[in-house]
Design a protein around this ligand. Structure first.
Ligand SMILES: [Cu+2]
Length: 213
């Protein structure tokens, strides 16, 4: 009996060890050329095994005369709602090759969400408010995220293996960066440096008064 329970214990231990071998926590720190955390960067991790895409349904709202959020990222095939939370009307459009559409002047929620089936970057604008800008990054992978003010992204449970890492930012000074990334350790941290135009600021509604509405 004693021997049997020892063997059983060994089996459990080796099974736990095996699962640890296949999953990793990957942390990516996105910084600008001054090594400061970079917000609004899209990081896409493409697996060479090409798993099927899982489309999402997200919202890009118009609130206080800006798009919220400024940058979104979805797998191709996803749909996006464009609710208008302002009292004023907006007229949302894109001329980008990855998706061209317009939603005529509207208030509240437009009737149908817009689908984004072609990978690429979609720049949004508003015909009424020139300063309104936002971006939807349409990806070829499910593994994607947009950095916040910390510049840090954490994938807690990804498979070990070989990936392509793509990083994009609306203000980047170089073409979209792409690099091979081998996830080999259970806890792996990578730093990605992206040179961006440091003079740019997120679009904001102009102050009211003196000629502004
Ligand atoms: Cu508008």
């Amino acid at each position: 009996m004693k021997l049997a329970s020892t063997v059983f214990g060994l089996v459990i231990a080796s099974a736990m060890h095996a699962s640890q071998l296949f999953a990793a926590t990957l942390t990516i720190n996105v910084v600008n050329q001054q090594q400061q955390p970079l917000a609004d960067a899209v990081v896409e991790l493409r697996s060479l095994s090409n798993p099927p895409l899982k489309p999402q349904r997200i919202q890009v709202a118009q609130q206080k005369l800006t798009f919220v959020p400024f940058v979104s990222a979805v797998p191709a095939g996803s749909v996006v709602e464009f609710p208008n939370l302002d009292k004023t009307r907006h007229h949302v459009y894109s001329f980008s090759p990855a998706k061209q559409f317009e939603i005529q002047l509207y208030a509240d929620k437009p009737e149908a969400p817009i689908s984004f089936n072609t990978p690429g970057i979609v720049a949004l604008g508003c015909n009424i408010h020139d300063y309104m800008q936002a971006y939807i990054y349409v990806a070829e992978s499910n593994l994607l995220a947009v950095s916040d003010e910390t510049g840090q992204l954490i994938w807690p449970d990804i498979e070990l293996g070989d990936y392509q890492l793509l990083v994009w930012h609306p203000w980047q000074l170089t073409p979209r960066q792409q690099a091979a990334l081998n996830v080999v350790m259970p806890e792996q941290t990578e730093t990605v440096t992206l040179a961006v135009d440091l003079t740019q600021q997120k679009p904001q509604a102009p102050q009211r008064g003196f000629g502004n509405r």
